[in-house]
Design a protein around this ligand. Structure first.
Ligand code: SME
Length: 179
């Protein structure tokens, strides 16, 4: 099957159905490929097309990865996240652990769901149209190696279904890539 075909999600499918297909396609794309840059790039694309099929008003989906995981960084700081593969509009390139929603999830090593970003102190507004956000850490050996971030243009855009499937996806990426 051509790689692009993995991103065709059926119209009128439920959210669990879309996420289940996404997980299965992600597993297939990760087969025999453990490079995190390649794998996260394909998964960012899958997420984008999955949300478009629902349709969900998602305006950004992608990854921030710990600076020391990037190749050829002169003095890597393991407490800084750098922008990784994503879909959507350009976003801030650097987020320190503890800053914003992404940095909070990275530091706490826990998923953070923000129903209204205006009510989250320190939220980093890369795009003024974002109103809610979910950030899931990618944990390897109990440590954050990166985070998965999805933004939505409406308040309360994410629920427990999103959390459950996105945590499963983060687990797949933790196991399926060389970090
Ligand atoms: N809003 C995030 C910054 C990243 S963008 O949403 C793509 C935050 O507060 O960490």
């Amino acid at each position: 099957m051509p790689h692009a075909d993995t991103s065709y999600f059926p119209p009128n499918a439920t959210k669990p159905e879309i996420y289940t297909q996404l997980l299965s396609e992600a597993q297939g794309l990760l087969h025999n490929q453990r490079n995190w840059i390649s794998n996260l790039s394909n998964v960012a694309s899958l997420l984008w097309h999955a949300y478009a099929a629902l349709p969900a008003p998602v305006n950004w989906s992608g990854f921030y990865i710990r600076q020391d995981k990037f190749p050829n960084v002169a003095l890597p700081d393991p407490h800084i996240l750098w922008l990784g593969p994503f879909q959507g509009r350009p976003a801030c390139q650097e987020i320190r652990f503890g800053r914003g929603v992404c940095g909070a999830a990275a530091l706490k090593r826990e998923t953070v769901v923000v129903g209204d970003v205006f009510a989250f102190p320190g939220h980093i507004a890369c795009d003024a149209s974002s109103r809610s956000e979910i950030v899931v850490p990618i944990l390897v050996g109990g440590e954050t190696v990166g985070i998965l971030d999805v933004d939505c243009t409406v308040v309360d855009g994410f629920d427990e279904v999103d959390r459950g499937f996105l945590e499963e996806l983060a687990g797949l990426l933790a196991r399926g890539c060389d970090w």
